[in-house]
Structure formats: structure tokens, C-alpha cells
Design a protein around this ligand. Structure first.
Ligand SMILES: Nc1ncnc2c1ncn2[C@@H]1O[C@H](COP(=O)(O)OP(=O)(O)OP(=O)(O)O)[C@@H](O)[C@H]1O
Length: 304
């Protein structure tokens, strides 16, 4: 089966600056895929290249087998990109705008049932006949997401769709997007909510400085890079033979990286031998955010 997205040897320069430094990535049809990375990693540049809004300096991208450069129309038809900013025509109502958008991609009245499904799935039913101009910010946001889906694209790219949206829309959006994924649509998501990527996505690419630094299933990334984290509050100084495991230390609290439970026993035995008491102890599984921090050295909360 042809890949949903096939990225081969992509580089992108802005003047002397290399925003993408050789990206190869294949995303299979039906995947729910996350693209993560700190500010400036190159995520938006890559998405703009996928959408054909930018030209690569070298390399090629195919969407459902269609080259974004030489077969732009077909490639673009297979793709729905939810952008970060709102662009709409203020004279249409929501349903008209969606039908118009679908028509732009060559879809006719046969697509109307799908438009209604999108309207319903995103909670826009009451607003279907409202003029775009009159929608609240949150409703405009929904209409923007609907706009990207109106032509029923095989591949749906969501560039931080939940940044600044309320919990209700976030849940509704994920329910709808998960349904589309189950129907076979390929979903590519950039988000700075790493727990979203962790719960939704099968596979994750982490980018840093224009390159992919990790590419694996979410499960394998968590298994291979994460491990556990032991937080201790101690009566005295941490023995020297445990210093190698320290992740961070603040006051009398110390966080150790442990890969296995037997290490916890070792820690406790060495503390006992050094006559240091444990005042408090907590063992936590690391999450995708910890993996992310380890790999790209940036905190998830500030990641976009
Ligand atoms: N049109 C442009 N001209 C010059 N430099 C650019 C341009 N677009 C992006 N860049 C630079 O390319 C790098 C990658 O930017 P990009 O927006 O792709 O990152 P990002 O991972 O999407 O970051 P963010 O999370 O902040 O959106 C940044 O250093 C950015 O300043």
C-alpha cells in the first residue's frame, strides 16, 4: 500500500539558515502520528512543505503517492490542513462556506452528507446557518477545523489544533478525529500537549534543530527512553556512590533515574549503609514529556 505521506531527503533553507537538515519520514495510511519538537525545531516548515505552501531546497514529498510539486492538485486534494490561523470568507454561513470549500477541491453535492457529518461532529449544528462573521472565537475555531475537513481528505494534518481551546472543544475534536482515524483517515498532529500525543498517537517523531531525533511507536519510546523516576527526601547528603543516578537535586529533595525496581532496593541499601534516613519517597513512571526532555532538552510545557 502506498504511504499516506512519504518524505524523502527534505532540506529547507531560508537564506543561509537551514530550517530542515535532511528529513526522511514515511507515515502509513491509517496512522495516528505525532510530530513533536521545541519552538523552532522545524515542525511548521515541514507541514508547510507537506501542504505545498513552501518549496523544499532539496528532496521530495508525496501524499498518497502524489508528488506535492509535480502533482500538486492531486496531492492537495488528498490533504486537509488545519492551520493555526483563521482565514475565511465573512459573507458565507458555515454550511455554505464548507460546501464552497469542498467544491474548490472538486467535490459536488455527493459530498453534502459528509459536510453535515463534520458540522455535527464538531458541534456546529446550531451555527450551520450563522454567518461566519457572527461566530464567537471558539465557534470560528471549530469552523476552521471543519473547513480543512470539508473535502473529506485522506490525510488530515492538525497543527496545534487545541492550543488555547476549551476543554469541551478539545474533547469533542478528539472524539471526532479518533472516529475519522478509525474510518481509515491518516492523522498527523503537532501539539505541545504531550499527554495528548501520548494518549492519541501510535507513533511519534521528535524533531530538534531541523532533524528527526527520535522516531518510534509511542510505546517503544516510553519503554526504551523513559523508565522510572525515584524522588527522595533525605535526612542527610546522598552517598557518593548514588550520585551517578541523580537527575535533579533541590534542597533535601533528590530525583534519581532508575530503570528497574531492583535499583530502588540498591538505593535503599546504600542509604542505610550510609546511615541516611528516607523522610519521604515517591516512585513515578516517566511519561512522554520526560522522554521529550531527555531527547531534545526542552520542557514540554514550552513546546509548540
Ligand atoms: N520564512 C522564514 N524565513 C526565515 N526563517 C524562517 C522562516 N520560517 C521559519 N524560519 C525559521 O526556521 C526555523 C524552524 O521554524 P518552524 O516554524 O518550522 O519551527 P516550529 O518547530 O514549527 O516552531 P514553533 O513550535 O515555534 O511553531 C526557525 O528557526 C524559524 O525562525
Amino acid at each position: 500500500m502506498v504511504a499516506a505521506v512519504d518524505i524523502q531527503g527534505i532540506t529547507k533553507k531560508f537564506g543561509q539558515f537551514e530550517a530542515l537538515r535532511g528529513v526522511d519520514l514515511q507515515i502509513a495510511q491509517g496512522e495516528f502520528f505525532a510530530l513533536l519538537g521545541p519552538n523552532g525545531a522545524g515542525k511548521s516548515t515541514l507541514i508547510n512543505l507537506i501542504a505545498g505552501l513552501l518549496r523544499p531546497s532539496s528532496g521530495s514529498i508525496r501524499i498518497m503517492g502524489h508528488d506535492v510539486q509535480s502533482d500538486y492538485q492531486q496531492a492537495r486534494m488528498a490533504l486537509g490542513v488545519v492551520p493555526q490561523e483563521l482565514v475565511f470568507d465573512p459573507f458565507f454561513n458555515v454550511r455554505e462556506m464548507l460546501r464552497f470549500q469542498a467544491g474548490y477541491f472538486g467535490r459536488g453535492p455527493e459530498n453534502d452528507a459528509w459536510v453535515d457529518e463534520v458540522i455535527e461532529g464538531l458541534g456546529l449544528t446550531d451555527k450551520a446557518h450563522s454567518n461566519m462573521r457572527k461566530l464567537s472565537g471558539g465557534m470560528k475555531r471549530r469552523a476552521l477545523i471543519a473547513q480543512a475537513l470539508a473535502h473529506k481528505p485522506d490525510v488530515i494534518v492538525l497543527d496545534e489544533p487545541t492550543a488555547g481551546v476549551d476543554v469541551e472543544l478539545r474533547q469533542m475534536l478528539w472524539r471526532f478525529i479518533q472516529k475519522l482515524n478509525q474510518q481509515g483517515h491518516t492523522i498527523i498532529l503537532t501539539t505541545h500537549y504531550l499527554e495528548e500525543a501520548e494518549t492519541l498517537c501510535e507513533r511519534v517523531a521528535m524533531m530538534k534543530s531541523g532533524k528527526i531525533v527520535a522516531l518510534d511507536t509511542t510505546r517503544a519510546l516510553l519503554k526504551n527512553h523513559a523508565g522510572k523516576q525515584l524522588t527522595l527526601r533525605l535526612s542527610g547528603a546522598l552517598p557518593i556512590d548514588l550520585q551517578a543516578w541523580v537527575k535533579q537535586q533541590q534542597g533535601d529533595e533528590v530525583v534519581l533515574n532508575v530503570t528497574d525496581l531492583w535499583q530502588v532496593e540498591t538505593v535503599l541499601a546504600r542509604l542505610r549503609a550510609a546511615q541516611v534516613s528516607v523522610l519521604d519517597m515517591q516512585l513515578q513512571e516517566m511519561d512522554l514529556e520526560d522522554v521529550f526532555m531527555n531527547l531534545v532538552g526542552s520542557h514540554g510545557g514550552s513546546v509548540r
